[in-house]
Design a binder for this molecule. Structure first.
Ligand SMILES: Nc1ncnc2c1ncn2[C@@H]1O[C@H](COP(=O)(O)OP(=O)(O)O)[C@@H](O)[C@H]1O
Ligand SMILES: [Mg+2]
Length: 422
């Protein structure tokens, strides 16, 4: 998926080859741009001085180099003097294949802006949040593929194979440093300082996938397991302190340090991922070979565009309903069967007991319930605890909030009613 020949060779600063400048000249003339056109260096978010250096075949920062080429419509790989390239660090295991990818245009555009936009508005930490199977991992993989050339180092780490924060930071430092003599300090604090120094030296993209693995299973969403609190400190400092890199994490739950540091115009931001839009979801169902397209709207609505749920249900309809979508939809008791049921079971098992109580209360009705009604129904619970659990459920996408009140998404309601019926 990743073009090894390209990413295997990048370095801090680059310069153009003589042939490269000829190519650039052709692109420039095609656009009707002067050699020092302000539209050119402004589009590339750089300065006239840098553009001049570029023309003189002097080294310019890798980032400006790539942008100057892209701004004029050239591939930087065709322009660069190969002898100025040195090895890139790339630790990129377990990244999913992104050759099948639908929709998400708006999300990709915002995230790209946040990661490689103007230096004054760029993010140091981005949290991509959303329910299991909604498409967080695939979206980061797609994004990384598109913007990899803007970074010197790419590191992808899934927390599914969990290591203590200190050990993880040691690994990162070893990948990122050029200094083979470097002794990594012992204390977590000094390790993080050392890492931030590396992140300042080399513009790197760190992906931390599946952060929820190290979050606690009891209590409200987003609390770290005791043994992994070091990760919270790591994220806090990488978000707060100045450096050149970007850390993207995916998680089902928002963690406290992200909530504290984030803001629409701040260097720490989060994106709550919703399901695929109708068009993208239809492409997915088409690829699964489902027929009866006129019925798909209902299906997409029930599963809120969640791609993994749509995949599972398309398989079930194919296997058990002879592909008959309308028949399947008429029988509402079957919307959570088979793999999908097991999938929701895992998500449900992570709820606190109070969160479970709230969902059970709401499962009895399809009408929105106001906070007040909910409070009356669960009068033994303190309002502040109730409020926290409701908010936590909303963050987990187990509860939907509208001006009329709270409702469960159909899949959650159906799952709970099945459980209660047994
Ligand atoms: N935009 C998309 N286009 C096509 N398939 C998708 C898309 N997003 C997710 N999927 C598919 O849905 C499933 C869940 O996606 P994933 O990224 O693993 O979700 P998450 O990380 O949120 O749990 C995967 O099989 C993935 O290939
Ligand atoms: Mg994932």
């Amino acid at each position: 998926m990743f073009d090894e020949s390209i990413v295997g060779n990048l370095s801090g600063s680059l310069r153009a080859s003589a042939r490269g400048l000829e190519i650039i000249d052709q692109h420039r003339i095609k656009r009707g741009w002067k050699r020092q056109a302000s539209i050119w260096y402004e589009t590339a978010l750089t300065t006239l001085a840098t553009l001049k250096r570029f023309w003189q075949r002097e080294p310019v920062s890798r980032e400006s180099f790539v942008r100057l080429c892209e701004a004029v419509g050239a591939r930087w790989q065709d322009i660069v003097d190969q002898t100025t390239l040195s090895p890139l660090v790339k630790v990129w295991d377990g990244v999913p294949d992104v050759s099948v990818f639908y929709g998400r245009t708006a999300e990709l555009a915002s995230l790209t802006q946040w990661m490689i936009g103007d230096t004054s508005t760029r993010c140091r930490v981005i949290a991509l949040l959303g329910m299991g199977g909604i498409g967080k991992t695939l979206l980061v993989a797609k994004l990384a593929e598109q913007i990899q050339t803007h970074f010197e180092c790419l590191i992808w780490r899934s927390l599914l194979s969990t290591v203590p924060a200190g050990m993880f930071i040691n690994e990162l430092i070893q990948f990122l440093t050029d200094d083979s003599e470097l002794t990594i300090p012992d204390s977590l604090d000094s390790k993080i300082s050392c890492l931030i120094n590396c992140l300042e030296q080399r513009r790197s993209l760190l992906v931390l996938d599946q952060l929820e693995t190290i979050l606690s299973n009891d209590g409200f969403a987003g609390q770290y397991q005791e043994a992994h609190k070091g990760y919270s400190e790591l994220l806090r400092r990488v978000g707060q302190e100045s450096h050149n890199s970007c850390l993207v994490l995916t998680s089902r739950e928002k963690t406290p340090e992200i909530a504290q540091l984030e803001g629409v115009n701040l260097p720490v931001r989060s994106l709550q991922l919703k399901g695929l839009d109708d068009e993208a979801a239809r492409k997915l169902l088409r690829a699964k070979g489902l027929t009866e397209e006129t019925q798909w709207g209902g299906l997409i609505q029930i599963y809120r565009g969640n791609p993994i749920m749509l995949k599972m249900v398309a398989a079930t309809i194919g296997d058990s309903w002879n592909g008959n979508v309308s028949e399947f939809l008429r029988n509402s008791g079957t919307i959570v069967t088979g793999d999908l049921r097991r999938f929701i079971e895992v998500l449900f098992s992570r709820l606190s007991s109070l969160e479970k109580q709230v969902t059970i209360q709401l499962a009895s009705t399809t009408e929105p319930m106001s906070f007040l009604t909910l409070q009356q129904a669960l009068e033994q619970v303190s309002p502040s605890n109730l409020y926290e659990s409701v908010e936590s459920l909303v963050r987990r996408s187990f509860l939907e909030k509208s001006s009329a009140g709270f409702t469960l998404p159909p899949v959650v309601r159906e799952y709970i009613n099945c459980q209660l019926g047994e």
